[in-house]
Design a protein around this ligand. Structure first.
Ligand SMILES: *[C@@H]1O[C@H](CO)[C@@H](O)[C@H](O)[C@H]1NC(C)=O
Length: 453
């Protein structure tokens, strides 16, 4: 009898579980997620808002540069531990070299002219001045021009796209992109939200409004880091988006993933993993748990008390540079921690790196950029409305230096319409900044697949 009872309850359990799974499954199949609404300006919401688009130029002044130099000259450094390279964070001996360059050779006025090479604009959306650059390809007879929005992440900016832009606006096989790169509100020249709760869903809605205001109803999206989540949310809100290309995928959890972890190293084909997946995923705990724990302290701080740590980095240019550039070292290649100079200048020039730092410094936007973590990590990821499926044609570029590898079979749990998945030969987290050619050609081949040309 006991055995029978046990069997019966097991059966009941299975049925209930199956039913639950079915309901969750049904919920995820809903074609689009709600747009929602929000208003993030200071004080009360006005009755109406100016929706014109204004040209904008990055500006600087002698005063701004003198203030920076004064602060740099007063920096207090801490000596690194012997033979520590970048293991304890940014090696201050190398930091002094970077700062020496920043103080004596780096020419912000020249870099401002570089930034202004492309046309900038601002427009008010949901109470915030939203900044973006908008670059049209030179006119050519008979070419097809497709609108494409590129969205950056943290601690990057629209400037990450300056080297990929000319590649995308150039005509290839009769195809060229008209590119829009916005700054996430709270990052660089986009106004920071004044109210709590501005998360990736809000950013997605703001950018959809931006595209609508620019007159685009059909367009492509591309993103890495937060940009990947924001563009994914945009695709979930507007299922008629033509295509979504991301260079970072958040893998789902669940039975399928668990099974591939257990069986993957031995019989990868049984659980939909390729040999390259196995190479990039395992040893799983070392790569995806311990390594991530060692690398994600910043995230814990930013997701809990961003304003506290923010006081220091918003006040000290050198502190800010160390905080931001450490990520450009480690997230390009984890092995860079074992190099005395963090490998920073292997892939980037100091001019490019410091220009990105200056975008945060001159706009005083590091704290508001950090808050984005808190707003997004408030709720359990699985309970968020965007845990649902994505039906828009999707292209995924898996760069080997990315912090976490997401196999195609895991991505396919959420991205239901994958048209292309590429194991990129080299490059890390800041793909557009680091490997513009590789990323551009992957975007182009994806779009060609979607357009069938
Ligand atoms: C820090 O960087 C400098 C300059 O690149 C290097 O010479 C030094 O060995 C590094 N220090 C440590 C502790 O790794």
């Amino acid at each position: 009898l006991l055995l029978l009872l046990l069997l019966l309850s097991l059966l009941l359990l299975l049925i209930v579980r199956g039913l639950l799974a079915y309901l969750v499954h049904k919920r995820r199949q809903i074609k689009s997620i709600p747009l929602g609404e929000g208003w993030w300006g200071a004080g009360d919401k006005p009755l109406s808002e100016d929706d014109k688009i204004y040209p904008f130029q990055v500006q600087t002044s002698d005063q701004e540069i003198e203030d920076l130099h004064e602060r740099i000259d007063k920096t207090r450094y801490t000596d690194p531990l012997e033979d520590s390279c970048f293991q304890y964070g940014f090696n201050s001996t190398y930091l002094k070299k970077v700062v020496h360059y920043w103080r004596n050779q780096f020419d912000w006025k020249k870099q401002v002219a570089v930034l202004n090479k492309y046309p900038h604009f601002k427009t008010k959306i949901e109470g915030l001045d939203v900044h973006f650059i908008h670059v049209r390809p030179p006119h050519r007879e008979g070419q097809r021009v497709l609108p494409l929005m590129l969205v950056h992440g943290w601690p990057g900016s629209f400037y990450e796209f300056y080297r990929i832009l000319p590649l995308l606006t150039e005509t290839q096989d009769g195809l060229a992109f008209e590119v829009i790169c916005p700054s996430i509100p709270g990052y660089g020249f986009s106004e920071a939200p004044h109210k709590q709760g501005f998360d990736s869903l809000a950013a997605a809605r703001v950018f959809l409004t931006l595209m609508e205001r620019l007159g685009f109803s059909q367009f492509y999206l591309q993103g890495g880091d937060w940009g990947s989540l924001i563009t994914t949310n945009m695709a979930q809100m507007k299922p008629h988006v033509k295509g979504l290309h991301v260079n970072m995928m958040m893998s789902s959890r669940g039975l399928k993933v668990l099974l591939s972890l257990l069986i993957g190293p031995y019989l990868p084909f049984l659980v939909g993993l390729t040999r390259e997946d196995v190479r990039r995923l395992f040893p799983f705990f070392e790569r995806n748990v311990y390594e991530i724990l060692r690398e994600s302290g910043y995230m814990h701080i930013q997701a809990t008390k961003p304003d506290t740590a923010g006081c220091g980095v918003n006040d000290s240019p050198v502190g800010l540079a160390a905080y931001i550039l450490e990520k450009f070292s480690t997230w390009t290649d984890l092995k860079n921690k074992d190099l005395v100079d963090g490998g920073l200048e292997r892939k980037f020039s100091l001019d490019d790196l410091l220009t990105n730092v200056m975008i945060y410094w001159t706009t005083g936007s590091i704290v508001s950029s950090m808050r984005f973590y808190k707003e997004n990590l408030k709720t359990n990821i699985d309970n968020r409305v965007d845990s649902r499926w994505i039906f828009v044609p999707s292209g995924l570029a898996a760069f080997p230096g990315e912090l976490m590898h997401c196999p195609r079979s895991w991505a396919a749990i959420r991205y239901r319409n994958i048209r292309s998945y590429t194991f990129m030969p080299r490059g890390g987290h800041f793909a557009a900044f680091e490997e513009p050619k590789l990323l551009a050609s992957d975007i182009v081949q994806f779009v060609k697949k979607v357009e069938k040309c």
